[in-house]
Design a protein around this ligand. Structure first.
Ligand SMILES: *Cc1c(COP(=O)(O)O)cnc(C)c1O
Length: 415
């Protein structure tokens, strides 16, 4: 890893020196389940965390490590662990430090899968309290002696509320609690949560980091800064001797290894290729999203939610906290589920599917799909309404997108 003062795009291309054989310009795919060692002693040392090295791909793999190093550099972490999906990364990041009886305080405007994960954790005796209105003081009022972590998304998917990471981190730390931030929608191109005080950052790299919808994966990044009270986090205590790395060593020697949510080397390879253009894609996608949001609000007189618009109540915070844009997710409320379906069906360019962060524009009706397993209250808290359309804006020519949305919206008004 090099801290050479490069800008974001140069860092994407040249930030990590891979020790590639034969002068290869891309990271080789080490499609190997296990790694042989010269002698029994070396393998013993690797298993005992006394030597660096690879043993078994469920624990680590050189291609996966190349991806981890890149994201670690981008998110300014001490160490990162790549997982088989964003959900696996979230599960590992949180359950690594939780046990029965613990409480989580979480923003309400979360990705539906994460709300469902919190529902699953209830079965393990871990309860979650939701912050309904995402402002810092509301987090504080839900903290109890049992609160062991605070969780939020930088930009909520699909609520598009924004977490004031700096202030929420201050509150969390004043109670000796770590803050975990899901940075999937913003990506480190817009903000690096660790620089604002977050302790662990999770990205679903299935989305913008991969960028081309060819692999499911997730990655968690540890800041190395949170000072654990090992009495409050007894699971970490046996790893105390690893100092700032205790959280990561516990994860790799415990939950991550034993729950088996490792990333396949082939998918890590796709991610390292996709990552090279993260800056270029995000820049274009954010620009397109801004222009499409303005067009839908001003010209088409729609009810649009986008942090880049002055009408968003998070616009001021977005201006303060984000650089390079406001993200590429736009939502529109169109009056009824029937009209939402009509508009979606009339669109010619966007794909109708459950994903975000592709080069192509994607649309979905969240209420009947990704949020369908949530209760009515959970839906409302997550900002999911039956007339809501979520648009993940791609890199197409903006005039084509505007014209396509125009014809679809006009179509939906005819009887
Ligand atoms: C998609 C997504 C996830 C889950 O990631 P997968 O890779 O699909 O498991 C988590 N958080 C957010 C914000 C997401 O958009």
């Amino acid at each position: 890893m090099k801290d050479n003062g490069y800008g974001f795009n140069t860092t994407l291309l040249h930030g990590v020196d891979d020790d590639t054989p034969y002068g290869a310009t891309t990271v080789p795919i080490y499609q190997s389940s296990a790694f042989k060692q010269p002698d029994a002693e070396t393998l013993e040392k690797i298993f005992d965390n006394k030597a660096m090295g690879f043993s078994y791909t469920r624990i680590n793999n050189p291609t996966v490590e190349a991806f981890e190093k890149r994201v670690n550099l981008l998110e300014n972490g001490l160490a990162s662990v790549a997982c088989s999906s964003g959900m696996a990364a979230l599960f590992n990041a949180m359950v690594n430090i939780l046990q029965a009886g613990d409480e989580v305080v979480a923003a309400a405007g979360l990705y539906g899968g994460t709300v469902e994960l919190f529902d699953d954790l209830k079965g393990l005796g871990i309860t979650t309290k939701y912050v309904l209105e995402n402002n810092p003081s509301n987090y504080e009022s839900l903290i109890t002696d049992r609160t062991k972590l605070i969780f939020a998304e930088t930009i909520g998917n699909p609520k598009l509320d924004i977490t004031d990471i700096e202030l929420v981190a201050e509150i969390a730390h004043s109670h000796n609690i770590p803050l975990i931030i899901d940075n999937t929608v913003a990506t480190p191109y817009l903000v690096k949560p660790i620089n604002l005080g977050a302790d662990i950052v999770v990205n679903s790299s299935s989305k913008y980091m991969n960028g081309h919808s060819n692999s499911i994966s997730g990655i968690l990044t540890w800041s190395g800064r949170f000072k654990w009270d090992y009495e409050r986090y007894p699971g970490l205590k046996p790893y105390k001797k690893f100092g700032a790395m205790s959280y990561i060593v516990k994860l790799r020697n415990g939950l991550f290894r034993n729950s088996g949510g490792c990333l396949a080397p082939q998918n890590a390879f796709y991610n390292t290729i996709g990552l090279e253009t993260l800056g270029l894609r995000m820049s274009r996608e954010c620009e397109n999203a801004m222009e499409l949001a303005e067009f839908l609000e001003k010209d088409m007189k729609m009810s649009v939610n986008y942090p880049g618009l002055k009408s968003s109540k998070y616009h001021g915070l977005a201006d303060k906290m984000l650089s390079n844009g406001y993200g590429a997710i736009v939502t529109v409320r169109v009056g009824s589920k029937e009209r939402a379906f009509k508009i979606i069906n009339a669109l010619k360019i966007p794909y109708i599917l459950a994903n975000i962060g592709d080069t192509k524009t994607l649309v979905i009706h969240p209420e009947s799909t990704i949020a369908t397993h949530l209760s009515d209250t959970e839906k409302e808290q997550s900002g999911v309404y039956d007339d809501l359309i979520r648009i993940s804006v791609g890199i197409e020519d903006i005039e084509d997108l505007k014209q396509d949305f125009k014809q679809a919206i006009e179509n939906s008004m005819e009887e």
